[in-house]
Design a protein around this ligand. Structure first.
Ligand code: DGL
Length: 276
């Protein structure tokens, strides 16, 4: 591992780009390689074993590309696979988790809402996060089937997405939460809609900035920061159809030359659980 090597990031699809944007903002000199695991999206409806299998394969691919650090830019994959990845691979990993800690600092009425996948909300990581930081708070958890798919289709502002979001925000509004945590990396792309739908004064939090800061901290500690100034490059890969995924990545990334390549064949499989 050398300081000039790239940072690898992955997600079940395009959601992790919300994390990558903050990493790019904080670390302009770094080269970044992103894998959208579109063929196996959404992770929220997979078993932990299936997500672990995908996370292992993508990590192996990112290591062939020389990744010096890997950001698991997905709450669900962090819940399902981060411990296993850390046990198996020597490269440093950064995971993501819903911003419950920050929400506890911001809430005035002690009521917060968390939007995430069902798998994130039912995981042990989330339970202990709420135990550690949510003491004395009312925490309203809301799984949001369909939202990941909407973002994957690039539908971040249409009436269908708005209706779905309205439905998921309703229980939070009824409880009168004053902070909404976006606990899935796809949801920051829906932030304008969320802000339009919640009551005035409700704070909306995501984890892009803290994850980018943690990435910088770990690179600094390991003496792996790419020396600047230079403009870092980005590479994008997908396990899905690049012709379909490319326009969505271009739109969400901001159209900055986001050519998308196909993930090579050895990394495209999902081990069937019967083989175990
Ligand atoms: N972006 C992923 C997350 O943060 C989405 C999970 C999914 O694919 O269901 O949880």
């Amino acid at each position: 591992m050398a300081a000039q090597d790239p940072i690898g990031l992955f997600d079940s699809g395009v959601g992790g780009l919300s994390i990558m944007k903050e990493v790019r903002r904080l670390l302009p000199q770094e080269d970044l390689i992103y894998v959208a695991d579109s063929k196996f999206c959404p992770y929220g409806e997979k078993t932990p074993a299936a997500i672990q299998d995908r996370a292992r394969k993508i990590t192996t691919f990112l290591l062939t590309q020389g990744a010096k650090l890997i950001v698991v830019a997905c709450n669900t994959a962090s819940v399902a696979a981060l411990n296993e990845l850390r046990a198996e691979f020597a490269v440093p990993f950064i995971g993501v988790e819903p911003a419950v800690k920050q929400a506890a600092l911001f809430t005035k009425n002690k009521k917060i809402g968390v939007l995430a996948t069902g798998l994130t909300l039912s995981g042990e990581r989330f339970t202990s996060l709420v135990e550690n930081y949510g003491g004395g708070l009312t925490v309203v958890n809301q799984a949001c089937p369909g939202l990941v798919e909407a973002v994957e289709a690039g539908e971040i502002s249409g009436p269908g997405t708005e209706r779905l979001l309205q439905k998921y925000l309703q229980p939070l509004q009824e409880k009168g939460v004053d902070v909404v945590v976006l606990g899935c990396t796809h949801y920051p792309f829906l932030r304008p809609l969320v802000e339009k739908l919640v009551a005035p004064g409700v704070r909306v939090l995501d984890t892009g900035t803290p994850v980018a800061k943690q990435t910088k901290r770990v690179l600094t500690e390991n003496k792996l920061l790419t020396p600047g100034p230079r403009a870092g490059k980005e590479w994008f890969y997908t396990s899905g159809d690049p012709a379909v995924v490319s326009p969505v990545i271009e739109r969400l990334w901001g159209g900055r030359g986001a050519g998308v390549a196909a993930l090579p064949a050895p990394y495209l499989t999902l081990r069937s659980l019967e083989e175990e």
